[in-house]
Design a protein around this ligand. Sequence first.
Ligand code: ZN
Length: 546
Amino acid sequence: MLPLKDKDKPIVQKLLAAGCCARCILRFCCVSVQAAYRQPQQDTLQDLQAFVSSTDNSKSQDLAAESTEENNKSHNAAASEPPEDPPSKRAKLEPSGPGAPAEEHAAAAAAAAVTLTEEEEDGVCVVCLGILQELCSTTRAVKIAERVKAEKYEFDTLVLSVSLPAQLCVREHSCWLHVKKELREKSMAVDKDDVIQVKEAFKWVMQGRVAKELSGVAVVTRSSFEVGVEFTHPETDSDCHFLATTCGDCFKPTKNKQSVFTRMAVVKALEKISDAKFLQHYPCPPARPSSSCSPQDVQCLHVSVFVAGRYNKFCRSLPQTPWVIDGERRMESSVEELIAAPVLSAFRADGFNFSSSGREDVDVRTLGNGRPFAMELLNPHRSRFSRVEMKQLQEAINKSSDKIRVRDLQIVTRDAMSRMKEGEEEKTKSYTALVWTLKPIQSQDIAFIDDIKDLTLDQKTPLRVLHRRALAVRQRVVHSMNVRFLDSHHFYLGLKTQAGTYIKEFVHGDFGRTKPNMSELLKTDTDILELDVESVDVDWPPSIPE
Ligand code: ZN
């Protein structure tokens, strides 16, 4: 039995006459028993008709005579008999329906009572535009499940998201006003927010059906895997248009949206419009549509998965990210691409975002433990990897190129990824630079450099990055240095510095823009021939034992 109360009877009657489907009627009666929505809509419709007919009988009886308790009891018993009166009465109210095909007219003439029921089943609901009718059938559930299966995602649970045409809100509002009048007469306190939303009812019906088709996977309210179902209804798109004249402010063109009549804007406009004004512009109840909504392609989306690790770069002609100038590639590959290609294919992701703890120039190698990096993998179809599988993926990356090497490859959380960026400026980095001097040098000429500690530099934005960084003087600290004499014009300079120090500029001076600099310290022209990053002292991601 339907969980309806006496107070619902006039609403049910009004909504049946208005052309609402059985499930929409349950919604407007604020029925929150999910099982009621899951039973076949024809059954619900029959139950509603029986419910209404009993109302009619009791009403007429109430009017005909002063009814007693006994009278009511005997009437209730009579109500279970097949009612004859209501169908013909309903048929008079809606003789054939404006959009009914010709053969149905004929059928209607032949058997009025039977045809009425069919008409109500076949007619597209004036509120949900078919979404709670055949668009939430088992057949639809099978189609949705097939689409999900075809994409071969890896998931334990899924969340069903539903996108409805904006005009549904207008129709919902019109229907609400329609029953509100009735409710006012009966002085029943029902709020519009108590009405079950189409979206909600759709999910109640469909979640279980889709789950069953996907061999019992749990359909839940929060999941990393989302199956999006969208409906459009071009026939009634213009339903919203009058709102633009009554509430122009609500409909501002936005860049990404095709139409200004977004669901949000329509809801906002409906909150502002007075009932009287609404009724001036829009029929109440809404007009019967001739077609159901069109289901759009099912969209599957898995939340991003984050992968982190450390990389070495052994090549002096490899940029960190694709190097493109005026639309033309300057280098055939990049660190990012060499790492991403095997990862993307393993996770079967649609794309990625790469970030790292600082970056090195194209001609700089990164040695030692490497540089921390993290990748956001967009819409991964596969997301669960064991430690062993991650190890295998790491090996695959390392086998694919001898220009780079990856270690500590692991899946991390989005939050953990921010650890890489936080306090980056405070971290230290170690480098080795090959330095050339104009004046011939002896080992003892450079020995004093080893004793310099915590040397503060004033670095004016280097000329080479001035096109992308604001002109400023930044203070950076060289914590310590050590030298290894090579020959009379060359030595290796080891540096431990604050992150963000421009090493090349410290060595050659950048035309005096970095002060002090190696040229000043040695009182001769100096230049940097090679640079290696020896370590990036960020203790993330955690190391993974080999
Ligand atoms: Zn409906």
